[in-house]
Ligand binder design. Structure first.
Ligand code: ADP
Ligand code: MG
Length: 160
Protein backbone atom coordinates (compact mmCIF):
# COMPACT_ATOMS: atom_id res chain seq x y z
CA UNK A 1 0.00 0.00 0.00
CA UNK A 2 1.23 3.47 -0.87
CA UNK A 3 1.06 6.05 1.86
CA UNK A 4 1.06 9.75 0.91
CA UNK A 5 4.56 10.02 2.34
CA UNK A 6 5.98 7.49 -0.10
CA UNK A 7 8.18 9.18 -2.62
CA UNK A 8 7.97 8.95 -6.37
CA UNK A 9 11.17 9.35 -8.38
CA UNK A 10 11.25 10.43 -12.02
CA UNK A 11 14.18 11.07 -14.33
CA UNK A 12 14.21 13.90 -16.86
CA UNK A 13 16.64 14.00 -19.76
CA UNK A 14 15.80 17.45 -21.16
CA UNK A 15 14.33 20.83 -20.18
CA UNK A 16 11.32 19.97 -22.37
CA UNK A 17 10.76 16.72 -20.47
CA UNK A 18 10.89 18.59 -17.15
CA UNK A 19 8.29 21.05 -18.45
CA UNK A 20 6.17 18.15 -19.62
CA UNK A 21 6.28 16.63 -16.14
CA UNK A 22 5.23 20.04 -14.85
CA UNK A 23 2.30 20.16 -17.26
CA UNK A 24 1.07 16.83 -15.97
CA UNK A 25 1.19 18.14 -12.42
CA UNK A 26 -0.49 21.40 -13.39
CA UNK A 27 -3.39 19.64 -15.05
CA UNK A 28 -3.96 17.58 -11.89
CA UNK A 29 -4.13 20.47 -9.42
CA UNK A 30 -7.31 20.87 -7.44
CA UNK A 31 -6.65 24.09 -5.55
CA UNK A 32 -5.35 24.55 -2.03
CA UNK A 33 -1.98 22.98 -2.81
CA UNK A 34 1.32 24.36 -1.59
CA UNK A 35 4.29 23.06 -3.57
CA UNK A 36 7.89 23.32 -2.40
CA UNK A 37 10.56 23.20 -5.11
CA UNK A 38 13.93 22.35 -3.70
CA UNK A 39 17.24 21.94 -5.51
CA UNK A 40 20.37 23.83 -6.49
CA UNK A 41 20.65 26.57 -9.09
CA UNK A 42 20.00 25.20 -12.57
CA UNK A 43 18.34 22.01 -11.37
CA UNK A 44 15.12 22.90 -13.19
CA UNK A 45 12.81 24.39 -10.57
CA UNK A 46 11.69 27.22 -12.82
CA UNK A 47 11.23 24.93 -15.84
CA UNK A 48 9.04 22.67 -13.76
CA UNK A 49 6.96 25.65 -12.59
CA UNK A 50 6.63 26.87 -16.18
CA UNK A 51 5.18 23.46 -17.05
CA UNK A 52 2.88 23.47 -14.03
CA UNK A 53 1.54 26.88 -15.02
CA UNK A 54 0.89 25.82 -18.63
CA UNK A 55 -0.71 22.57 -17.53
CA UNK A 56 -3.05 24.49 -15.25
CA UNK A 57 -4.05 26.75 -18.15
CA UNK A 58 -1.88 29.84 -17.78
CA UNK A 59 -1.82 31.32 -21.27
CA UNK A 60 1.31 31.06 -23.41
CA UNK A 61 1.30 34.85 -23.69
CA UNK A 62 1.90 35.14 -19.95
CA UNK A 63 5.60 34.92 -19.10
CA UNK A 64 6.35 32.48 -16.30
CA UNK A 65 9.67 33.36 -14.70
CA UNK A 66 11.03 33.70 -11.22
CA UNK A 67 9.79 36.89 -9.59
CA UNK A 68 12.43 39.60 -9.85
CA UNK A 69 10.88 43.00 -9.18
CA UNK A 70 8.10 41.72 -6.96
CA UNK A 71 8.23 39.05 -4.32
CA UNK A 72 5.30 37.09 -5.68
CA UNK A 73 4.28 36.45 -9.29
CA UNK A 74 0.59 35.83 -9.83
CA UNK A 75 -0.84 33.90 -12.76
CA UNK A 76 -4.41 33.03 -13.56
CA UNK A 77 -4.99 29.40 -14.49
CA UNK A 78 -8.03 29.60 -16.69
CA UNK A 79 -8.80 25.89 -17.17
CA UNK A 80 -8.91 25.26 -13.47
CA UNK A 81 -10.18 28.64 -12.27
CA UNK A 82 -7.25 28.96 -9.89
CA UNK A 83 -4.79 31.70 -8.99
CA UNK A 84 -1.19 30.51 -9.02
CA UNK A 85 1.32 32.30 -6.81
CA UNK A 86 5.01 31.86 -7.52
CA UNK A 87 7.46 32.81 -4.80
CA UNK A 88 11.25 32.58 -5.12
CA UNK A 89 12.60 32.37 -1.60
CA UNK A 90 16.11 32.92 -2.98
CA UNK A 91 15.16 36.54 -3.54
CA UNK A 92 13.82 37.06 -0.05
CA UNK A 93 16.25 38.87 2.20
CA UNK A 94 15.16 36.88 5.22
CA UNK A 95 12.52 34.44 6.41
CA UNK A 96 10.88 37.46 8.03
CA UNK A 97 10.28 38.90 4.58
CA UNK A 98 8.30 35.79 3.75
CA UNK A 99 6.16 36.31 6.83
CA UNK A 100 5.43 39.83 5.57
CA UNK A 101 4.22 38.56 2.20
CA UNK A 102 0.79 37.87 3.59
CA UNK A 103 0.92 34.14 3.00
CA UNK A 104 -2.48 33.71 4.64
CA UNK A 105 -4.07 35.67 1.78
CA UNK A 106 -2.26 33.57 -0.82
CA UNK A 107 -3.07 30.18 0.68
CA UNK A 108 -6.69 29.49 -0.29
CA UNK A 109 -8.84 26.65 -1.61
CA UNK A 110 -8.90 28.40 -5.01
CA UNK A 111 -5.17 29.00 -5.27
CA UNK A 112 -1.90 27.13 -5.56
CA UNK A 113 1.30 28.43 -3.99
CA UNK A 114 4.60 27.44 -5.62
CA UNK A 115 7.71 28.16 -3.56
CA UNK A 116 11.17 27.87 -5.16
CA UNK A 117 14.00 27.41 -2.66
CA UNK A 118 11.47 26.56 0.05
CA UNK A 119 14.29 24.94 2.04
CA UNK A 120 15.67 28.44 2.71
CA UNK A 121 12.56 29.45 4.64
CA UNK A 122 11.48 26.20 6.23
CA UNK A 123 11.70 27.87 9.63
CA UNK A 124 8.76 30.13 8.80
CA UNK A 125 6.69 27.74 6.69
CA UNK A 126 4.18 26.48 9.13
CA UNK A 127 2.61 23.04 9.47
CA UNK A 128 0.75 23.42 6.20
CA UNK A 129 0.76 20.16 4.28
CA UNK A 130 2.91 20.69 1.21
CA UNK A 131 3.93 18.72 -1.82
CA UNK A 132 7.72 18.47 -1.88
CA UNK A 133 9.62 18.30 -5.14
CA UNK A 134 13.38 17.91 -4.95
CA UNK A 135 15.48 18.23 -8.09
CA UNK A 136 19.12 17.31 -8.53
CA UNK A 137 21.69 17.20 -11.32
CA UNK A 138 22.64 13.78 -12.59
CA UNK A 139 24.38 14.99 -15.77
CA UNK A 140 24.40 17.97 -18.15
CA UNK A 141 20.79 17.35 -19.17
CA UNK A 142 19.82 14.68 -16.65
CA UNK A 143 17.80 15.58 -13.59
CA UNK A 144 16.40 13.41 -10.82
CA UNK A 145 13.05 14.61 -9.53
CA UNK A 146 11.82 13.25 -6.21
CA UNK A 147 8.21 13.85 -5.20
CA UNK A 148 6.84 13.40 -1.70
CA UNK A 149 3.40 14.09 -0.26
CA UNK A 150 1.77 14.19 -3.69
CA UNK A 151 -1.97 13.64 -4.00
CA UNK A 152 -3.20 10.32 -5.38
CA UNK A 153 -4.41 12.24 -8.46
CA UNK A 154 -0.98 13.68 -9.20
CA UNK A 155 0.73 10.37 -8.51
CA UNK A 156 -1.64 8.59 -10.88
CA UNK A 157 -1.10 11.19 -13.59
CA UNK A 158 2.69 11.04 -13.25
CA UNK A 159 2.87 7.27 -13.37
CA UNK A 160 0.37 6.78 -16.17
N1 ADP B 1 16.45 17.83 -17.73
C1 ADP B 1 16.47 19.16 -17.52
N2 ADP B 1 15.45 19.74 -16.84
C2 ADP B 1 15.45 21.07 -16.60
N3 ADP B 1 16.43 21.92 -16.97
C3 ADP B 1 17.47 21.39 -17.64
C4 ADP B 1 17.52 20.00 -17.94
N4 ADP B 1 18.68 19.75 -18.63
C5 ADP B 1 19.30 20.94 -18.75
N5 ADP B 1 18.59 21.94 -18.17
C6 ADP B 1 19.01 23.35 -18.10
O1 ADP B 1 19.19 23.66 -16.72
C7 ADP B 1 18.72 24.98 -16.45
C8 ADP B 1 17.54 24.93 -15.48
O2 ADP B 1 17.16 26.25 -15.21
P1 ADP B 1 15.99 26.63 -14.20
O3 ADP B 1 14.76 25.88 -14.56
O4 ADP B 1 15.95 28.11 -14.20
O5 ADP B 1 16.58 26.06 -12.83
P2 ADP B 1 16.39 26.61 -11.35
O6 ADP B 1 15.10 27.36 -11.28
O7 ADP B 1 16.38 25.36 -10.51
O8 ADP B 1 17.58 27.46 -11.05
C9 ADP B 1 18.32 25.57 -17.80
O9 ADP B 1 19.42 26.25 -18.32
C10 ADP B 1 17.99 24.34 -18.62
O10 ADP B 1 18.18 24.54 -20.00
MG1 MG C 1 14.60 29.31 -10.62
Amino acid sequence: MNSPGDSLILESDSPERTMEIGRTIGASLQGGEVIYLIGPLGSGKTHLIQGIARGAGVEESTAVNSPTFVLVNEYTARFLGLDLYHIDAYRLASPTEFEQLGFDDLYRPDSVVLIEWADRILSVLRDIPAIRIELSHEGPTQRKIVFTHISPAIRAALTR
